[in-house]
Design a binder for this molecule. Structure first.
Ligand code: RTP
Ligand code: MG
Length: 142
């Protein structure tokens, strides 16, 4: 197993519900370490760049509109198989299909307002971490 880094975003709905701490506890209990973090209110341009892979999809406008609707909490998680572990903690994209006990089952309302983002591959993780953090903003903790 490999130590990996993944990019996590607590989306505007979950920030608004005041559950950042509850979600951080889930990361920590799963063995993931927060090695970088910042709260930001995304501009339209920053949100569109982040989700550029979905540019042609019908939900792109709703997605970027939602992601700019309020502040988000962005973090880098580090640990064994961090990418898959974080995706498992999040649950399915549509909270109605998410397994009980996952972040989306517990905190999300809809496929649009679905509480959390996590990188879906090593390539995405590398791009997404660099999209938000410089090397000097990441603090590996061993
Ligand atoms: P995310 O990128 O936010 O972690 O979500 P994901 O990998 O589980 O899902 P993805 O396919 O990357 O889609 C990105 C976000 O777009 C919205 N979406 N809406 N209406 C739809 O069919 C639909 N499909 C995707 C979701 O909010 C999803 O999180
Ligand atoms: Mg995705």
């Amino acid at each position: 197993m490999a130590t990996e880094r993944t990019l996590s975003i607590i989306k505007p709905d979950a920030v608004s519900k005041n559950v950042i701490g509850e979600i951080y506890t889930r990361f920590e209990k799963a063995g993931l370490k927060i090695v970088a973090a910042k709260m930001i209110h995304l501009s339209q341009e920053k949100a569109e760049g982040f989700y550029a892979e979905h540019k042609e999809r019908p939900f792109f406008g709703a997605l970027t509109g939602f992601m700019t609707s309020g502040p988000v909490m962005v973090q880098v998680l580090e640990g064994e198989n961090a990418i898959a572990v974080n995706r498992d903690l999040m649950g399915a994209t549509n909270p109605k299909e998410a397994e009980a006990g996952t972040i989306r089952a517990d905190f999300a309302e809809s496929i649009d307002a679905n509480a959390a983002h996590g990188s879906d591959s090593a390539e995405s993780a590398e791009r997404e971490v660099a999209y938000f953090f410089g090397a000097d903003e990441i603090c590996p903790r061993g």
